[in-house]
Design a protein around this ligand. Structure first.
Ligand SMILES: *Cc1c(COP(=O)(O)O)cnc(C)c1O
Length: 361
């Protein structure tokens, strides 16, 4: 047995911790891309809506369509819409983020053909992450060609490259300054538009830059990229399994594919029903990851297989069927991630849908 327990009251707690750092009128955009960071998008999105979040954000159009199919009716921003999906985006009332003059022009053509007035869109500026976005000097293009009755700009934003770095952090400061310069003429031309810059770590590190809205993802799920912020939050997802089988080994016996591990002495290993196809990647092999069994650490031995992995239980008294904790409220997923040189984002979003989700309301 393997299960991902989703504690929805923890989601509500995290939302209230984030709200407490914001002014009462700062909007929260709840980021539920990548299956709500691997947790399971429908119950998470529904809970956020129930808790009063009025805007959700996804990365791609297909993710927005999944939310609509599940009956989620709130406003949904699509961070990285691809032009080939623009018509289906329109048909599902999703709101694109436009990131260049050519994408703006292409989208407004499609909106005109569909004769929809004032279609809501969001504008992304590149201030130094150098991912997607209008260039700062394209503000003037937007001021001229953005006066266009097919599209209505709802919000204008940028994204920090290192919002969790300790302060003072010059590149982050330069990004903020650049965004302030972009904002001044646009705010004058579009007084109703809202501006936003911060993700989760930004809310913790620079609440003074919250502007009109914040886009929070990982914080909702219980992580904020620094131990002193993580401890204010509660992890929503907790991963557990039960032992499938236990083997006794002689000194020198090997375990797993390509003899990934050899028993240094006589001992025992336990096989667990989870593998790299479930999101516990091979980088957790060779002792990088360790589980808890009856409160004791059992390191992963050898290579992680597709559907199973093996842990050393030589010093633990355990049986098939006994329960195993990967991460929970006490045993942080951030430490798990760190041990294998990855981050909570990658570990969470990699958790496959093969793992049953148990929802705790
Ligand atoms: C994913 C994403 C976020 C959310 O970031 P967190 O660090 O998870 O809070 C915010 N803005 C953009 C543009 C994103 O792509």
């Amino acid at each position: 047995m393997t299960a991902l327990d989703l504690h929805l009251p923890h989601l509500a707690h995290n939302l209230s911790v984030i709200r407490a750092k914001l002014k009462h009128d700062t909007r929260i955009i709840g980021v539920v891309k990548a299956n709500a960071y691997g947790q399971g998008v429908v119950p998470i999105a529904q809970k956020l809506v129930d808790e009063g979040v009025t805007y959700l954000a996804v990365a791609y159009v297909s993710e927005g369509i999944e939310l609509r199919a599940a009956g989620i009716r709130c406003r949904i921003m699509v961070f990285y819409p691809q032009p080939e999906n623009f018509s289906s985006l329109l048909h599902h009332c999703l709101e694109p983020v436009l990131y260049s003059p050519s994408v703006w022009t292409l989208f407004s053509e499609i909106v005109r053909q569909n004769r929809i007035p004032n279609y809501p869109v969001h504008i992304k500026f590149n201030t130094g992450l150098n991912r997607i976005g209008f260039a700062p000097e394209e503000v003037y293009w937007l001021l001229k060609d953005g006066q266009n009755n097919a599209l209505e700009i709802v919000s204008i934003y940028s994204h920090l490259a290192a919002s969790e770095e300790s302060k003072p952090h010059t590149p982050t400061h330069l990004q903020w300054e650049q965004f302030e310069k972009i904002k001044a003429p646009l705010a004058a031309a579009y007084p109703k538009v809202w501006f936003h810059l911060l993700n989760t770590s930004g809310v913790f590190n620079y609440p003074e830059w919250q502007m009109d809205a914040v886009r929070v993802g990982i914080g909702l799920y219980g992580y904020a990229n620094q131990p002193e912020w993580d401890c204010q939050l509660k992890p929503v997802a907790q991963l557990r399994a039960t032992i499938t089988q236990i083997h006794s080994l002689k000194k020198g016996d090997s375990v797993g594919y390509n003899q990934g591990w050899q028993a240094p002495n006589k001992g025992q290993i336990a096989c667990l029903p989870i593998g790299h196809a479930d999101g516990i990647g091979r980088h957790f092999g060779h002792g990088k990851g360790a589980v808890r069994i009856h409160g004791q650490q059992a390191p992963i031995v050898g290579n992680v297989c597709m559907d199973m992995l093996m842990v050393d239980v030589t010093h633990i008294d355990c049986q098939p069927g006994d329960s195993v904790v990967f991460f929970d409220a006490e045993h942080s997923l951030s430490q798990w991630a760190q041990a294998a040189n990855t981050i909570p984002y990658e570990l969470l979003t990699g958790l496959s849908n093969r793992i049953p989700r148990h929802i705790h309301r």
